[in-house]
Design a protein around this ligand. Structure first.
Ligand code: F6P
Length: 335
């Protein structure tokens, strides 16, 4: 009997985490096949309800959550915290790990054939479910995502650099293509949902105004904007060619701490970005130093090339009257 090919080589993966990473990869290969069939398969993009936070849930959100929970049940994972579920689930009572997951990030892009992903984060398990996740982001053992795009890829860190794999669809194996992904710092692309401009606070407006002003403004250089609406796709672009992403807090009810979840999205993305030489903050402070107060807590997230993220922090550091003065001269989105 021939041995089954591994779905990923164990070379760069800590031994204790390898079986879990292998399971995540196996499930994501199955998910990629479902996504690739789109309307030829089951209906994936229709709303089936709301999660505990009132976010709309799509059929694929629920299906992928079930697939990961099932795939990890026999692994060394004791606690499973999913963005799609209100409470932490106990998978294997003897497991030594705690896994947080956003099974399907970027749901609004499911039925429009744009890249979506799975984001995950691994900690050592504590005896109690919630305390396994309510901790400082820099306690993560691993953080990563799978991107379902024109290529299926895995980007993961175990705290010793950021590794990039691409799925070979014929072999059914994730192949390492870069063992030290490094964010280039010469990109002038910013990513933000500009339709929220009127809700942003002054430091964020001033930063974006300066980008939009291009060579006529204080930055004296032109910028380009990209907004996919899938955090995984934005992170992948920035890891590949640099730039900056912002999902700040804003004045809309429910957006006091931005939109993105600390445990399921921000902590693992921040880990990947820092390990690739970039920075990730809430505007001022590093996400990796944040502790989480509740399972589904949100936080503003700004990440990308280090110099650009630092610049956003300087706008936040300015005294209110100085930002106001700057802002008075700018306001470029205003007519
Ligand atoms: O958290 C889900 C998510 O779809 C992210 O992937 C993405 O960055 C963000 O929400 C998009 O938010 P909005 O629809 O407000 O632009």
């Amino acid at each position: 009997m021939t041995a089954k090919n591994p779905v990923i080589s164990s070379d760069k993966i800590p031994e204790a985490l390898y079986p879990v990473i292998e399971s995540l990869c196996s499930v994501s290969i199955d998910i990629a096949k479902i996504i690739a069939r789109g309307p030829l398969g089951q209906s994936l993009g229709h709303e089936v309800g709301e999660n505990s936070d009132g976010d709309g849930q799509k059929a694929l959100d629920v299906l992928t959550d079930e697939m990961f929970a099932e795939g990890l049940r026999t692994q060394d994972v004791r606690w499973y915290a999913s963005e799609e579920q209100e409470e932490v689930v106990e998978l294997n009572p003897k497991g030594s790990l705690a896994l947080a997951i956003d099974p399907l990030d970027g749901s609004s892009n499911i039925d429009v054939n744009v890249s979506i992903g799975t984001i995950f984060s691994i900690y050592d398990a504590k005896p109690e479910a919630n305390e396994s996740f309510l901790r400082i982001a820099n306690e993560q053992l691993a953080g990563g995502y799978v991107i379902y795009g024109p290529q299926v890829g895995l980007v993961v860190t175990f705290g010793a650099g950021t590794l990039q794999y691409v799925l070979d669809p014929d072999a059914g194996e994730f192949i390492l293509v870069n063992d030290a992904l490094t964010i280039p710092d010469n990109s002038n692309e910013f990513a933000i949902n500009a339709s929220n401009y009127r809700h942003w606070r002054k430091p964020v407006r001033a930063f974006i105004d300066d980008c939009v002003a291009g060579t006529d403004g204080p930055r004296e250089e032109n910028f380009n904007m990209r907004w996919v609406g899938s955090l995984v796709a934005e992170a992948h672009r920035i890891l590949t060619r640099g730039g900056i992403f912002l999902y700040p807090s804003d004045a809309r009810p429910g957006y006091e701490d931005g939109r993105l979840r600390m445990t399921y999205e921000c902590a693992p993305i921040a880990f990947l970005i820092e390990q690739a030489g970039g920075k990730a903050t809430d505007g001022s402070d590093p996400i990796m130093k944040h502790s989480v107060s509740k399972l589904h807590a949100r936080t503003p997230l700004i990440f990308g090339s280090a110099d650009k993220v630092d610049r956003v922090a300087t706008y936040h550091d300015l005294p209110e009257q100085e930002v106001s003065a700057l802002f008075g001269k700018r306001g470029l989105f205003r007519t």
